[in-house]
Design a protein. Structure first.
Lengths: 324, 343
């Protein structure tokens, strides 16, 4: 090998050139192996995670079986564990966050990418990216000390408009599924905005020019051409936001009320899977109790997979329709 | 060349002397309860300053962590806000082949804190009232049980909002241990633990979560650690002890509760909630260090025994500055004797 190092490439006979190309290809193979290892390590970490969660939750899996998912008593003293209230709280708060966050985030991204002057767009984007980097405990504290009192004063107004639905009935203590949903919204919107904006900016200008040339207005161009083109990327940003909201721990536990019961009303307190694990794991003594908390981790993993899977199927469905 | 050798040998000598110095270093790892962490940190730090070759590294990750880790043998000693159960002690014995010893270090207490618009008086709480409120049976502030204990205070007919700790904690254990002693119904329906299945109420995260929720929510009641209430100058109620006296929590009344205990068991595993005696505050508890009775490493054994002796003498003088109630003299004397059980 060292013989090649001093060789002049231009003067090399054909046989040697071939060897050089082989070497290059070897380099390719090295790169291939290295990157493959990187990719496989992700798979290995995930597999190890599932394996650990699965083996360490053996005790509750054997004791409760599938009823772990469908019962709602959580009594560490008596050793009875059911995950349903936590699953419910996780799904409801995340759904609420997406419900408010998607229109808000995508709307802001459209403005920043398509309509706003560049100066405003860049300035605002910088601020939004700052928001994405704020630690969640800060959002939790803001939730307790600012948002919850605000919601408390806004409660009569919300109740006046929506009070007829069971979703906004019952007493309001400030901390609730609703408050958690709103805090999560604030946390995920920066993700949706900043990624969606990048994606919209990446849409080729020919697309816009084509639509404008055909006589479309600026908004028609944006809504009918640019957004459909960027749809996949926008969906990607929403997945990321969803993943963050499903797994969010600190901010949720500070404002959700931490009550493991299922209430129809969003004004009632609730609990989420990540929150209960964080709250109870350190003081959990005894195999069964710990096993129940670890099984909750497994449930959260499964829940995230199922929700992401369903969402991906939905996207697949809509993009196919769009293409046809 | 000879200069290079000279440098190498000097470096080697430096490394060797460092190695010799660190051979005398005694590194002790410990872990457990978060509630006594401020005083433990001070103790371990001051002790290290006194004897620089002894370093105790304490991980404050919760009482459950302390029990588990000392049982698994990953720490030299543990710390817990609740005494180990018989089952846990048996598990320790099976795994480690020796006994586990409990050493009380300081005392803690819980206080009921409340927010009733228009009521500024210090409220009196009977054990029946507290149990009733936390069971969800007393739902209004003007319940006869509360009115009877608070003559001259006009309590409103508003619904009571209950706030409790959301995470597992020694503070919760003290609270429910007290409720279990004063209410049969609580004992059978809910029971004792660092986390329980609360019949009613909202969960606040940490003392600050409960305090914040009580402050914001009109007509609410919650419980916080006495130290937290003192440091934040919070308003809290008096509680009736087993002698029928309404006592306000303070460092003195907590120590009085421990001193009033008739008989300290040999293993120090004792609950002092619902204490009787003059000026004894009834929602108090010890917190313990969990120390294996057999420590193989002679240097570690000596260091731990010396530390315990120091903690019971000089260490106790530091507690009140950090708002922990100190141990009664009789308990200290008994503990000093128990140090010899460490073999």
């Amino acid at each position: 090998m060292s013989a090649f190092t001093t060789t002049d490439f231009r003067a090399r006979p054909p046989g040697r050139a071939l060897a050089f190309w082989t070497r290059l290809r070897r380099g390719d193979e090295v790169a291939y192996t290295v990157t493959l290892t990187c990719a496989l390590s992700i798979l290995a970490i995930t597999a190890l995670l599932v394996f650990e969660l699965y083996t360490n939750s053996a005790e509750t899996r054997h004791k409760f079986g599938w009823s772990f998912l469908s019962t709602s008593v959580w009594d560490p003293v008596a050793g009875e564990f059911g995950a349903l209230p936590f699953i419910y709280g996780t799904v409801v708060t995340s759904a609420l966050a997406l419900l408010i966050g998607i229109p808000l985030g995508v709307g802001a991204a459209i403005f920043l990418a398509e309509l706003a002057p560049a100066k405003i767009s860049n300035g605002l984007t910088f601020l939004i990216e700052l928001l994405a980097a704020v630690p969640s405990v800060i959002y939790g504290l803001l939730g307790i000390f600012v948002l919850v009192p605000m919601l408390r004063s806004a409660e009569p107004a919300i109740r006046a408009v929506l009070g007829w639905t069971p979703l906004f009935s019952g007493p309001f203590y400030g901390v609730s599924l609703f408050s958690a949903g709103v805090v999560l919204t604030i946390m995920i919107v920066p993700f949706i905005i900043s990624i969606s904006r990048e994606v919209i900016l990446a849409v080729p200008n020919e697309q816009r020019e084509g639509a404008l040339a055909l006589g479309a207005t600026r908004w028609e161009t944006t809504w009918n051409v640019v957004i459909p083109f960027a749809r996949k990327g926008i969906m990607g940003s929403i997945f990321l936001a969803l993943a963050r909201s499903l797994g969010e721990t600190m901010a949720v536990t500070m404002v959700v009320g931490n009550d493991p019961k299922i209430h129809a009303s969003l004004f009632a307190p609730g609990y989420s899977i990540a929150a209960v694990i964080a709250n109870e794991f350190t003081e959990a003594t005894g195999g069964l109790y710990q096993s129940a908390l670890i099984e909750l981790g497994l449930v959260l993993f499964g829940l995230t997979m199922v929700i992401n899977g369903v969402a991906r199927l939905l996207v697949l469905g809509t993009t196919r329709k769009g293409a046809a | 060349m000879s200069r290079r050798i000279c440098i190498y040998s000097a470096a080697l000598a430096a490394v060797l002397t460092m190695g010799a110095a660190s051979a005398q270093q005694v590194l002790i790892t410990a872990g457990g309860a978060t509630f006594p962490n401020p005083i433990y940190s001070k103790w371990f730090n001051d002790y290290h300053n006194k004897l620089p070759n002894i370093a105790i590294n304490y991980q404050s990750q919760g009482s459950g962590f302390g029990v588990q880790q000392v049982t698994a043998g990953t720490v030299d000693f543990g710390a817990s806000d609740m005494p180990m159960t018989d089952a846990q002690i048996k598990e320790f014995q099976d795994k480690r082949g020796s006994a586990i010893l409990h050493f009380p270090t300081v005392l803690g207490a819980d206080v009921p804190t409340y927010n009733i618009p228009g009521v500024t008086a210090k409220l009196n709480f009977t054990p029946e009232a507290l149990a009733g409120i936390f069971l969800g049976k007393i739902t209004k502030w003007n319940d006869p049980e509360l009115v009877k204990a608070n003559p001259g205070v006009s309590l409103p007919a508003n619904d009571i909002a209950v706030v409790h700790r959301s995470e597992g904690s020694g503070t919760t254990f003290i609270w429910v241990d007290f409720l279990s002693k004063v209410s049969k119904e609580w004992e059978t329906k809910v029971g004792r633990g660092t986390s329980v299945n609360w019949p009613v109420g909202l969960g606040g995260k940490g003392n600050e979560g409960v305090a914040g929720q009580v402050k914001q929510q009109p007509n609410s009641i919650g419980y916080v650690e006495l130290i937290y209430a003192l440091q934040n100058k919070m308003n809290y109620g008096k509680v009736k002890n087993a002698s029928g006296e309404f006592v306000e929590a303070s460092l003195a009344s907590v120590t009085a509760a421990a001193a009033g205990m008739k008989e300290m068991p040999e293993d120090f595993r004792v609950s002092i909630t619902n204490a009787s005696g003059k000026g004894a505050y009834p929602i108090s508890s010890f917190t313990w260090l969990l120390i294996p009775s057999k420590i193989a490493d002679p240097e570690k054994k000596k260091a731990i025994k010396d530390f315990l002796a120091w903690m019971l003498a000089d260490g106790q003088k530091m507690t009140e500055a950090l708002a922990y109630a100190q141990l009664p003299k009789a308990v200290i004397a008994k503990e000093v004797k128990a140090i010899d059980k460490i073999q």
